[in-house]
Design a protein around this ligand. Sequence first.
Ligand code: GLN
Ligand code: ZN
Length: 773
Amino acid sequence: SPSLPCATVSRRPLRPGFYVARAMSSHIVGYPRIGPKRELKFALESFWDGKTSVDDLQNVAANVRKSIWKHMADTGIKYIPSNTFSYYDQMLDTTAMLGAVPPRYGWESGEIGFDIYFSMARGNACPNSHYIVPELGPDVKFSYASHKAVVEFKEAKALGIDTVPVLIGPMTYLLLSKPAKGVEKSFCLLSLIDKILPVYKEVLADLKSAGARWIQFDEPILVMDLDTSQLQAFSDAYSHMESSLAGLNVLIATYFADVPAEAYKTLMSLKCVTGFGFDLVRGLETLDLIKMNFPRGKLLFAGVVDGRNIWANDLSASLKTLQTLEDIVGKEKVVVSTSCSLLHTAVDLVNEIKLDKELKSWLAFAAQKVVEVNALAKSFSGAKDEALFSSNSMRQASRKSSPRVTNAAVQQDVAALKKSDHHRSTEVSVRLQAQQKKLNLPALPTTTIGSFPQTTDLRRIRREFKAKKISEVDYVQTIKEEYEKVVKLQEELGIDVLVHGEAERNDMVEFFGEQLSGFAFTSNGWVQSYGSRCVKPPIIYGDITRPKAMTVFWSSMAQKMTQRPMKGMLTGPVTILNWSFVRNDQPRHETCFQIALAIKDEVEDLEKAGVTVIQIDEAALREGLPLRKSEQKFYLDWAVHAFRITNCGVQDTTQIHTHMCYSNFNDIIHSIIDMDADVITIENSRSDEKLLSVFHEGVKYGAGIGPGVYDIHSPRIPSTEEIAERINKMLAVLDSKVLWVNPDCGLKTRNYSEVKSALSNMVAAAKLIRSQL
Ligand code: GLN
Ligand code: ZN
């Protein structure tokens, strides 16, 4: 029975003389490669800057891999992954393995080296994705062009560690690709399957001859809504590889969500597979499917340790789940695993010396999660680490009962919120009229998204203030001078709605999190975003309150410097949520509503202080979108509701802006309209055609829209003519009354000379078109 005390569950009768362990084995889907102190990041960047050699880079990388493998082996993990290391990302590695290099890189044949690899990485056109999206067309010639998988397998073997090489599965690879430029939309990426499978087969043969006994295919695409023909292609692909898979144990790993029933059926019917991996943290329905049908004799890799969060596992709860699973699929058929690659969590808690003890005791980063997986497995073989288990349950209990976590008043406020909807009382067109009376803006008003260049000086000043090396008075004075510079510049350029430039902010989430209760910050809790880019998400551990106003001081100081409207600048609740590690002890939307209430107080305080234009950035709204279509509506409903909560209480004359960065709005346009902002600025410089249809919707909506007129991610200065042409294109579908003119995102990554020229051309273009209206 699942409720048996764990210690008695796993004992086998002892044979005289020695003890036979009934092993449950352990597996890790993948591991962070950036290094506990971002060693790989720094090695990459200094290599790219030409400061270090290829050898230096390779040495750092080899050390990172070695310490990961050693840690897993020393801990006792049975199935240790290899080839989950990457110099950039695993999709790009797969592109290299398949030789699918777009022609513009001038590669023809042979093994792909760092030059081609990194030029693909850095010449990529879509910074909104966490991987380099393969661009495939009917003419791509595939060949076995990167032997990385086998090289890493051998490298581990030479260290005495037998690993499970990991490949992104052929279906996931193709379905996460996009048709190359110039290839019609109708091009079916799956039609390339017959061309890539021969390369996969070569890789398998190579791995086998190097001594590999296992192969792991990551096929997270299976959790998406695949249609019948895609599922058919899936089984065909694996049947096609059958002969090459003979002699290997095959694991197909899925993660990030439930596997839908149809996909589950397809998966279970694959003959060549030894084991299946499931995310049992995010996928609770999969558990029901397993209960209904799991093929006899196959292994179940049970992902019970969360790879996407930083919380210590509730070991005794996991033990129960594992016991239930073992009862279903049979003894020795369950392998304890992580819900997905540990790539999505921070690396090692050991390096957190500043976190307080209590909070730290509630956490587990990748290195600690490996230990958890192992401890769970061991407890089934009669080797339960009682001390570890009892300390774990004490920690779980302390987290549950801590007054730092629960604030009854906040819980009540949120409970009350959910009962009603929140909307501004007047309709958007009426509000815009009231605002225009007050603001008196020209047609095609110009503005920017918030930040101005973040200089090294500014970063230093903030750091010194934080370290208490400079006084508050000096700090405020420095920031004030920076604001003055930014305000003067915008006035000289002739921008209509100004920003203060965000000089006081290190990061758009951290700045707010640091002033809200319920948030904690790590020193080294970095997670790779892509390539050498890392983020350090705050940890939301408790109910959220706003002890005092966060931006009113800064915004009113800035507003006093100019007659023109100065935007108050806030980060929205959904973005704060999506860019943090969130609590796993209450639903995400509860946490989001709590943040919304805090931001609402801030909005209202800004309004009281005389700030009449307030921008609430929801840069990451789309990032939280669930993978499964069936779950998307629920998310969008509460996310948009949370946004509306922040500003439903302001007067008609207060103009609420929002800003979003991403390139694909089509499927969520109704939700964007539902946000009911007065003005929305969006990043669009890369996806014009898609945008047009979105803006047709926008016209109906009636609010102001500012589709970025130039790309701030590039140092290139757009000319006046070029911007004017874009504005004209937009005017072909949008009423001139609703169009705003602005860059597509904040300017913090650019330098002043770029910003001055680009904005000056932008204002000139707006004036030119205005004069022709
Ligand atoms: N206001 C922020 C800025 O300008 C918005 C950044 C973003 O959208 N990522 O920096
Ligand atoms: Zn943006």
